[in-house]
Design a protein around this ligand. Structure first.
Ligand code: ITT
Length: 197
């Protein structure tokens, strides 16, 4: 079976990606499983640019088909921040408990749609022959009033999903994957890959 490397060092993402790509006719392996341990400089201004930077860097290193995910949280009351800086926001090593509490504090006093936010995910695929594909998924919601939930990772405990009346950290992994930014972007990528491979 031909393999595809998924260029991420984020274990939370990788867990979701494995579930979402389990029916693909390719073996999907993480960077760690491929024995790659490098820090890629993500200096693009958009999710698309950064996803392509990551996928291309590992494709050029290995000569294999590589997928990458660039994603983040856009909070409208924070000028769509942290956006592409979501992982680096307040420092890469700062805990999400601290980051999430800071965002709750920033939005204190705001109600209803003034708390609007979304998760965005761009998946890029880099082929050894130079072709590049991207897909984008968006997950609309609100910033909740408190931290809640044990599932997911990152900003999930403050991301309120009105349709389910809970945060994305309260959703089961299966439900989050059905409705999330990553779920949507990867579903579209799977369809495109069937045409392109
Ligand atoms: P890689 O670049 O190695 O894939 P990363 O964590 O640095 O890992 P990004 O630059 O794409 O990845 O940053 C994405 C950040 O956005 C991530 O670290 C979380 O803070 C946040 N994020 C993205 N998707 C999320 C999700 O589904 N749930 C919660 N937070 C999410």
């Amino acid at each position: 079976m031909q393999r595809i490397i998924f260029a991420t060092g984020n274990e939370g993402k990788m867990k979701e990606i494995r579930m979402l790509l389990k029916d693909l006719d390719y073996q999907v392996i993480s960077m760690k499983e491929a024995g790659i341990d490098i820090d890629i400089i993500e200096d693009g201004d958009t999710f698309e640019a950064n996803a392509i930077i990551k996928a291309k860097a590992i494709m050029e290193m290995t000569g294999e088909i590589v997928l990458a995910d660039d994603s983040g949280l856009e909070v409208d009351a924070m000028d769509k921040g942290p956006g592409v800086y979501s992982a680096r926001f307040m420092g890469e090593d700062t805990s999400y408990d601290i980051k999430n509490n800071y965002i709750l504090d920033r939005l204190k006093g705001l109600k209803g749609s003034d708390r609007s936010a979304r998760f965005v995910c761009v998946i890029a695929c880099a082929f050894p022959d130079g072709r590049i594909l991207t897909t984008r998924g968006v997950f609309e919601g609100l910033i909740g009033d408190t931290i809640s939930g044990e599932n997911g990772f990152g900003y999930d405990p403050i991301f309120w999903v009105p349709e389910y009346g809970c945060t994305s950290a309260d959703l089961s992994p299966e439900v989050k994957n059905e409705v999330s930014h990553r779920g949507k972007a990867l579903k579209e990528m799977k369809d495109k890959l069937k045409e392109w491979m």
